[in-house]
Ligand binder design. Structure first.
Ligand SMILES: NC(=O)c1ccc[n+]([C@@H]2O[C@H](COP(=O)([O-])OP(=O)(O)OC[C@H]3O[C@@H](n4cnc5c(N)ncnc54)[C@H](OP(=O)(O)O)[C@@H]3O)[C@@H](O)[C@H]2O)c1
Length: 231
């Protein structure tokens, strides 16, 4: 059976990943900050005969990540899916920067995925597929940056892109495929109701690209529809 660990599985794109991988019969470690409030996720787990388990995880907290590691042990992870993320401060621009919000965004969006890599790299290496995926954002592309705002969110996603490029250089030697994704502008709490695409289209597109990844995609930045995004 194929295994996946998903962070930020309580709602939005993360919850939809769980729905779709569950429908395909995967073993899923579905992680969220407050399992007691994740009603839809708990319903999926309850109907899965143990194939989907719900785990408490706050990627901001090293202790939380280590507790999860103790729960999962040495079980192989075909896909480690770093999905959890925050906006930090919407539209942050010069003259209006909330430095506390910026710090929070860096902790969650940059250090969170790295904490997960440090704890679970061996589980990915031990798996058949060896895929380490991070949901970044096109807003983190330096090559495409033309805006004058959203400094907080953009800088956090640019930083996690660099983190994953270094992780790709590191773990690529062990056959791991490290790939960052832009999920599209998606109708979630973060993306808002006016966004371009549904969670079904976003997660479905990313899943198809993940399924087709090869070692040539180690260190790549891809769109949900498979297109290449410049760093
Ligand atoms: N929606 C878009 O248009 C869009 C575009 C580009 C990139 N993205 C990226 O896609 C990913 C998913 O976004 P989304 O639209 O689904 O957002 P969302 O609806 O706001 O959901 C965010 C998820 O991340 C979790 N989370 C936040 N901080 C966390 C922490 N410290 N530890 C563990 N989980 C945490 C949330 O958990 P709680 O329920 O506990 O808060 C929630 O499950 C994010 O990385 C986001 O930056 C989204």
């Amino acid at each position: 059976m194929q295994n996946i660990l998903v962070t930020g599985a309580s709602r939005g794109i993360g919850l939809e990943f769980v729905r779709q991988y569950d429908a395909d019969g995967w073993r899923i470690f579905a992680c969220c900050r407050t399992p007691g409030q994740a009603a839809e996720l708990n319903d999926i787990a309850a109907a899965s005969a143990g194939r989907v388990s719900v785990h408490q995880l706050d990627v901001d907290q090293t202790e939380s990540v280590l507790t999860l590691k103790a729960e999962i042990g040495d079980q192989p992870l075909d896909v480690l899916l770093n999905n959890a993320g925050v906006m930090g401060q919407r539209n942050a621009a010069r003259g209006d920067i909330d430095y506390n919000a910026w710090q929070g965004a860096m902790v969650t969006n940059v250090m969170g995925p790295m904490r997960m890599v440090e704890a679970f790299a061996d589980n990915v290496v031990a798996s058949a597929q060896k895929k380490l995926i991070t949901i970044s954002s096109r807003m983190g592309s330096i090559g495409e940056a033309a805006a004058t705002n959203s400094i907080v969110y953009r800088s956090s996603k640019a930083a996690v892109n660099m983190v994953m490029k270094i992780v790709a250089n590191d773990l690529g030697a062990q056959g791991v495929i490290v790939t960052s994704f832009h999920p599209g502008w998606v109708r979630t709490d973060m993306g808002g109701s006016a966004a371009d695409i549904s969670v079904e289209e976003s997660a479905g597109g990313i899943r198809q690209v993940i399924a087709e990844l090869s070692t040539a995609d180690n260190g790549a930045f891809r769109n949900y529809d498979g297109g290449v995004i410049q760093w």
